[in-house]
Design a protein around this ligand. Structure first.
Ligand SMILES: [Zn+2]
Length: 168
């Protein structure tokens, strides 16, 4: 996306307000180069998105189903339903932003795992173990160790390198 006034690239444009409207999402944006404000609409409900399952069957994307499966993974964990709802909404928006009529179920699963990784370790492993159909306990243990190593690395990076304020 470019600024419609001065054509500044998207890293100059920030969202100052996001609102759900009946047929999509309305965002108020501001360009930090020319200070102009403008509004964009993302229509989310009008297009049918089909999810291609493992066996090749197509199923209409259903956000509620996504929320349900994330809830199962998060059961008895200290995770608010608001954060599950928000994650599902972000996944839905990302899927529609692909602008495709069909999306691979694997891709959806990976998006869910990405979100759960940030929300709750246990929920992530639960979901991943069902999703990736781990054959045995060893592979689940591997996954946990892999995840813990990743989090340690991220933490180290956060402590060492100041993050740029405006990165794309
Ligand atoms: Zn501008």
């Amino acid at each position: 996306m470019k600024c419609p006034y001065c054509s500044a690239p998207s890293n100059h444009i920030r969202v100052i307000d996001t609102r759900e409207v009946t047929d999509g999402i309305r965002r108020r944006r501001e360009c930090d180069k020319c200070s102009q404000r403008f509004t964009t609409y993302e229509r989310v409900a009008s297009v049918n998105l089909l999810v291609v399952k493992r066996d090749g069957r197509r199923e209409e994307f259903d956000k509620e189903k996504l929320v349900k499966s994330m809830r199962v993974a998060c059961s008895k964990r200290a995770v608010s339903s608001a954060s599950i709802e928000a994650a599902a909404q972000e996944i839905e928006a990302a899927l529609y932003a692909l602008n495709k009529s069909e999306v691979d179920g694997l891709r959806v699963g990976e998006m869910v795992m990405d979100k759960l990784q940030d929300i709750d370790d246990v929920a992530y492993v639960r979901f991943a173990s069902v999703y990736r159909r781990f054959q045995d306990v060893d592979s689940i243990t591997d996954e946990i160790q892999h995840l813990q190593a990743r989090k340690r690395r991220e933490q180290q990076l956060k402590n060492q390198i100041p993050l740029p304020m405006d990165s794309e």
